[in-house]
Design a protein around this ligand. Structure first.
Ligand code: ADP
Ligand code: MG
Length: 690
């Protein structure tokens, strides 16, 4: 490798996937520091990064739980800036003495005593020595564990010496991007590491500079090609083809209290056509909450079961898997179809029995992640159905699929999600899947009326719930996390949520003695949860106090009122999912978003969106707009993850160009695809065995 990179350093870089010169070239700065100039202290503004030169006017060492060093710096503009250090050496403190001349740079923020910088970079100058100014912007690189920032910058600098000055590394044919005017590859890379002084940093900060676009486009293209290639590879494998006799399907249809919507029939048609081919289906069914995906999955399963094959249905939470097991039992038992239920909680003898029945060829296996465990073996698994697939990793989907692999045959895959992704994004997120959309809700649903109410009016709301329950309606009272961490998957979160729910449950029981109140949360025993859900379904419980465990999939059509506490803390996607638990029956439903004032502008906007629309696609688009790049729900689990430069959400506008370029490249220069995939994705080819 490079001079100065020994085995130890090499290993640290390799741990981050940096093994070649090219990897170093593509380890691009996150941002830049402008040390080419000095800013008079008077002109500083909070939020900016700047470099200032002045004299130390005062120094204060204090101890507030931990040592603090505060240094006031003044300059010719007659401004004062406070530097604040929380850890420092004695020698450092000594050098920062009153009267010393100092240059420092960092982010300016508003402190208690005016503007300040926390832990700025600084240099104490010799008396009267002029401050040294950089002749270029300083790149700030994404950190690599075990490699200091200075060392990293040095290594990358050394690698840049080897960056060719010509087009030897240019992989893309001229004209690939139509009339977009973009720099060459080597120009773009050099520019981003070494932007000249005077460049507009705001363009770079917004990722709108042509050099960034040039590389982002290429990276998006590489991912697109990789996904398409993997899809082709899967399609080359064989799968069992099913020509259903429909004897089961007809009988199921006859017992249903409703007819499928046109959208459900269309999607089912897509699936049936896929299943009739001896190549594996890879289909995503997207449908808003309540659009009726489950019954579509049931008909799909019948096609395989009629032919004597096995079907596995996996759901992300036990509550949902359990509910599916119940629905399918109700639909399939009259047809004499054997169903096995498997979740983590199935233990001991029951588990042994379940495993034996699965290995013995039971027609339908419904369960949670437990299906992925090693001892689970199928006899003839031919169709894998994954519900709420955004909750699973791609890997997990493949583990299940591989349980049905035999010879060159693999099972068909049907994945379902209620997470709508705007069209442009879907092409990137799901380039390895065919997509069918259930774009119609079953008839007779009235849109959920949504209101936002200040929590001061809690009593009023409670009386409203009492009235609704007394009229025979059922309601959810959802307690959401109120603690610091907003990550519902963080350890400890179910506990905090559970405590909030228990408190609410006790209060509501006191306040509503004439209402049958139930409680469900993630910390309860599975059997208790199940019993509670059954009681709610049957109407024994009128008001169910719940945590966000009910967020996915739960289906109790008679529940027509939902109250969500701390609604201002939740994202749009989660609010939409939660609200999707009501509005499933014929009765008009309502949803009360209870919030604590004051609302941040963002929270205000989110609540407004929820009041305005119940359309999942509209909400998803808004979500994207409000949340900004990279945080869109489900992105981690789809092809939207794992980018170095591009962010498919932020760069969504580029995606149509990428589609066109991918078609063009595959048609005219398919050999380039390998080199592109190698450059950007390398060994880490995602879904390597998809
Ligand atoms: P989701 O798409 O959110 O998974 P479900 O499959 O849980 O939705 O269906 C929601 C509810 O709608 C269920 O109670 C289901 O029985 C009912 N349902 C499904 N299809 C229809 C239909 N065509 N007509 C009436 N009700 C339906
Ligand atoms: Mg569902």
């Amino acid at each position: 490798m490079l001079r100065g990179v020994g085995p130890q350093l090499g290993a640290r870089l390799a741990a981050r996937g940096v093994t070649t010169l090219q990897d170093l070239w593509l380890h691009l700065p996150l941002r830049y520091e402008d040390r080419t100039r000095l800013t008079p202290i008077r002109l500083l503004r909070a939020g900016e990064s700047a470099q200032v030169h002045g004299r130390i006017e005062a120094v204060e060492r204090a101890f507030r739980g931990r040592p603090v060093l505060k240094v006031a710096v003044g300059d010719a503009s007659d401004g004062t800036l406070v530097l604040r250090f929380f850890h420092f050496h004695a020698a450092q403190a000594k050098a920062l003495r009153i009267g010393a001349s100092i240059v420092c740079h960092g982010e300016v923020r508003a402190g208690q005593l005016g503007l300040e910088m926390v832990h700025p970079g600084y240099r104490v100058l010799d008396e009267d020595a002029p401050p040294h100014l950089s002749d270029r912007l300083d790149p700030v690189y994404p950190a690599i564990e075990g490699v200091g920032p200075v060392q990293l910058a040095r290594i990358i600098g050394a690698a840049l010496d080897y960056l060719p000055q010509d087009d030897v590394l240019e992989l893309l044919p001229d004209g690939l991007w139509g009339d977009l005017s973009l720099p060459r590859w080597h120009e773009a890379v050099r520019f981003l590491h070494r932007p000249p002084p005077g460049v507009d940093l705001s363009d770079l900060a917004r990722h709108r500079h042509p050099a960034q676009l040039r590389l982002a486009l290429e990276e998006l293209l590489s991912h697109q090609l990789s996904l398409r290639r993997q899809r082709l590879a899967v399609k080359q494998l064989g799968a069992q083809a099913f020509y259903p006799s429909e004897r089961f399907a007809r009988r199921l249809a006859a017992t249903l209290p409703f007819a499928l919507t046109a959208a459900q029939q269309r999607v089912l048609g897509d699936i049936s056509r896929d299943l009739a081919h001896p190549e594996p289906m890879l289909r995503l069914v997207q449908g808003d909450v309540g659009s009726g995906k489950t019954i579509v999955a049931a008909f799909a399963a019948l096609a395989a079961i009629e032919s004597g094959a096995q079907v596995a249905l996996m759901a992300p939470t036990e509550l949902l898997a359990e509910q599916h097991a119940q629905s399918f039992r109700q639909w399939f038992e009259p047809l004499g179809i054997e169903l096995v239920w498997l979740a983590g909680k199935v233990k001991g003898k029951a588990r042994e029995a379940a495993l034996a029945r699965i290995a013995g060829g039971a027609s339908l296996v419904v369960g949670t992640h437990a299906l992925l465990q090693e001892p689970v073996r199928f006899a003839n698994l031919a169709l894998v159905i994954v519900d709420e697939q955004h909750r699973f990793g791609v890997r997990q989907r493949l583990v299940l699929r591989d349980k049905g692999a035999s010879g060159t045959q693999v099972p068909h895959q049907l994945v379902m999600t209620a997470t709508p992704i705007p069209r442009t994004l879907a092409m990137t997120a799901y380039a390895d899947l065919d997509v069918s959309v259930i774009d119609e809700l079953p008839p007779g649903r009235t849109p959920v009326q949504t209101v936002a109410i200040n929590e001061h009016r809690r009593d009023e709301v409670i009386q409203r719930i009492r009235a609704a329950c007394n009229e025979g309606r059922q309601a959810y009272w959802v307690c959401t996390l109120i603690e610091e961490s907003d990550d519902p998957t963080a350890p400890g979160v179910p506990k905090i949520e559970a405590r909030a729910a228990e408190t609410a449950y006790d209060l509501l029981r006191q306040q509503l003695p004439d209402v049958r109140v139930g409680l469900i949360h993630g910390r309860m025993k599975p059997a208790e949860k199940q019993a509670t859900m059954m009681a709610f379904k049957s109407g024994d419980i009128q008001l169910l106090v719940a945590t966000t465990v009910i967020e996915v999939g739960v289906d109790v059509p008679n529940a027509s009122l939902m109250l969500i506490e701390n609604a201002e803390r939740l994202g749009l996607a989660q609010l939409h999912q939660l609200r999707g638990r009501v509005g499933r029956g014929a009765a008009a439903s309502s949803c009360v978003l209870m919030y604590k004032a004051p609302l941040s502008p963002l929270a205000r906007e989110r609540l407004a969106v929820m009041r305005e629309t119940t359309d999942g696609f509209r909400i998803a688009e808004k979500d994207l707009e409000l949340r900004g790049p990279g945080e869109f729900l489900g992105t981690r689990q789809t092809g939207l993850a794992g980018f170095r430069i591009a962010d498919p959400v932020r760069d969504a506008a580029l995606l149509p160009h990428v589609q066109v370029a991918a078609d063009a490249l595959l048609a005219t220069a398919p050999h380039i695809a390998d080199r592109l995939i190698d450059r950007w994705i390398g060994h880490a080819v995602r879904y390597a065995d998809a």
